[in-house]
Write a protein that binds this ligand. Sequence first.
Ligand SMILES: NC(=O)c1ccc[n+]([C@@H]2O[C@H](COP(=O)([O-])OP(=O)(O)OC[C@H]3O[C@@H](n4cnc5c(N)ncnc54)[C@H](OP(=O)(O)O)[C@@H]3O)[C@@H](O)[C@H]2O)c1
Length: 297
Amino acid sequence: MDLLVLGGNGLLGSNVVQTATGREWEVATTYHSEEPTFDFPTRELDIRDRSRFEQLLDEYDPEIVVNCAAMTDVDGCQRKPDLAQAVNARAPKKLARACEARGIDFCHISTDYVFDGTETGLYDESATPAPIQMYGTSKLAGDIAVRDAHSAPLIVRPSFIYGVHKPDDSLTGFPAWVRSQLRSSEQVPLFRDQHITPSRAGQVGATLLQLVTEGYSGTFNIACRSCTTPYEFGMALRERLGLESVPVEPASLSAVERPAARPQHTCLDVRKVEGCLDTVQPTLDEDLDRIEPVLEE
Ligand SMILES: NC(=O)c1ccc[n+]([C@@H]2O[C@H](COP(=O)([O-])OP(=O)(O)OC[C@H]3O[C@@H](n4cnc5c(N)ncnc54)[C@H](OP(=O)(O)O)[C@@H]3O)[C@@H](O)[C@H]2O)c1
């Protein structure tokens, strides 16, 4: 077995699985509450269950485990901090430790929410994390624990993931929400004071697998090259959907009250991954070209 992907029914996990199977890697995957519809067997796994994970390592004997499973509901993490710490921090540590003990490579997914968002430039891989909500706190604790438990983990840091869920090809994340709001002519409030480098799940999956293939470890930002706002992102989607007549409301992140605070500026510097792989990460426009057929459905 080449690759075991944890969280294979998530947006990123499903893209990692799809890309790897497309390259004829031997892949197995696990899911949490809903079994994905890949045409190969998948296994149920709660990543907090170390003995079940070890059984799966015995069963599949993978060369590398990619952990795409996490508690990603930012407000949910704020409401349930113990669960967030268990899933996002303590579980990855156990997974990484079990892999280290068996000589299996380990790839883990971080987040731009480890940053406080006060930087107005780009965050590179050496920037100091300072999370401002429980999701980022638990994810940062997971990154640190994985580095502690495994001798050479690959830690991939995307930002604002969106894309096409596999294998069912359903549009997921921000573009799906914007499309649905625009098509029903509902109000579309879009933040102008939040800055992000949106990461298309298919692009992150492909780049991650390239890093794996080339044997990289360490932390890598993977995102598009465009530092943009949800407002600009939404306007680009509106134009592609031909719905320019539907009004869009410029909104402010700081005016919305939610259980968890959001960082205002988390654009990622992608020069490290570009330099190592000798490629250029796409612009937002280039990434949107890739989802255009599904966007128009
Ligand atoms: N979404 C973003 O904007 C973003 C940005 C930066 C980084 N990231 C990171 O990227 C990674 C992938 O995120 P994503 O966007 O693909 O999120 P996602 O679609 O929510 O996928 C996460 C998966 O984890 C599973 N999961 C949750 N709790 C679990 C548990 N206890 N045991 C096993 N699996 C569990 C979920 O399954 P159930 O739904 O069945 O519980 C889900 O399939 C995560 O590490 C996330 O922190 C996300």
